[in-house]
Design a protein around this ligand. Structure first.
Ligand code: G3P
Ligand code: CA
Length: 294
């Protein structure tokens, strides 16, 4: 059951638009077109070129663009609430410096959830987003569910938050995200921190996980023991590297996958598609989707 469920998710992540796969050619027949697949498109921090990153507005913008996968960054407040912010400080993406002067460097782990609720996480991006809030993980999951979207969730800076993997699983469970339907096709957990991904895999063997980075080819089998995806920066990729990843099976017995980040222009979208990646993580998901479909 578990294997079937995970296989379905991996298939979903392999591509949004499967191409035509024809029958083997009869002798002498014209060559059969090779199967083609358009990589999945994942909205990075939501559709973050168009709405403030990691806010519910960025999730909704991805939804309006017809993008079903969103990526986010999970960190933890002083009093243990999980919130969606990229930097370890609140300074760049909120008005924390005005609301709490004298609290430099305004680290998330030094603020309570109630304090963070007071912050404006939208005005820095544009006046149309004034009043947007830093979402909690709970609020974020509810919105993604409401939109029938899927989540590539990053455990961000886990070394700053010992035990965050357990906290995260608790919230996922409470929000219904560890049922078969979500685990099968709507959730992937990733991190730059291999120990964090190993911890997630150990604590919930069914979850699909991804490692952010470009490990040496010789080290890939070690990662494949506990993860299902290798998600590298696009400039570090080559066709040969993608092929080396694809030669391995991941933690759930399916082909190890590759999602490239952060691709925001047509030329690079076409390039990584040519390398054979399974997914592309983008601030401009509409742009890369159009380029890869073309
Ligand atoms: O999902 C890939 C990407 O999010 C990794 O980089 O710094 O944007 O979290 P960063
Ligand atoms: Ca991220």
């Amino acid at each position: 059951m578990l294997t079937l469920a995970v296989a379905a998710t991996l298939t979903a992540l392999a591509g949004g638009t499967a191409g035509v796969v024809e029958s083997p050619a009869a002798p002498g027949a014209a060559p059969v077109a090779a199967p083609t697949t358009v990589p999945s498109v994942i909205a990075h921090r939501g559709a973050s070129a168009y709405a403030p990153e990691n806010t519910l507005a960025a999730v909704d913008k991805a939804h309006r663009l017809g993008v079903d996968w969103v990526e986010n960054d999970v960190q933890r407040t002083k009093d243990g609430e999980l919130v969606i912010v990229h930097d370890d400080s609140l300074a760049r993406t909120t008005d924390v410096e005005q609301v709490f002067p004298g609290r430099a460097p305004w680290r998330i782990k030094d603020f309570t959830a109630a304090e963070i609720r007071r912050l404006d996480a939208g005005s820095w991006f544009g006046p149309a987003y004034a009043g947007a809030r830093v979402p909690t993980l709970k609020q974020y999951l509810k919105r993604v569910d409401h939109n029938r979207q899927k989540l590539l969730m990053e455990v961000k800076n886990p070394a700053l938050y010992p035990g965050i993997e357990k906290d995260m699983l608790k919230v996922l469970r409470a929000q219904g995200w560890l049922d078969t339907a979500h685990v099968r096709s709507r959730l992937v957990v990733q991190s730059f921190d291999a120990a964090s991904i190993r911890a997630v895999h150990r604590q919930h063997k069914g979850l699909i996980t991804g490692f952010l980075g470009t490990p040496k080819v010789a080290d890939l089998p070690t990662y494949a023991a506990y993860t299902d995806q290798i998600n590298p920066q696009h400039s570090s990729l080559s066709k040969e590297y993608v092929a080396a990843v694809h030669r391995l099976k991941g933690a759930h017995g399916q082909r190890l996958r590759v999602n490239a980040w952060t691709v925001d222009d047509a030329a690079n979208a076409k390039k990584v598609k040519g390398f054979g990646v399974d997914g592309v993580i983008s601030n401009r998901p509409d742009v890369v989707r159009a380029a890869m479909r073309g």
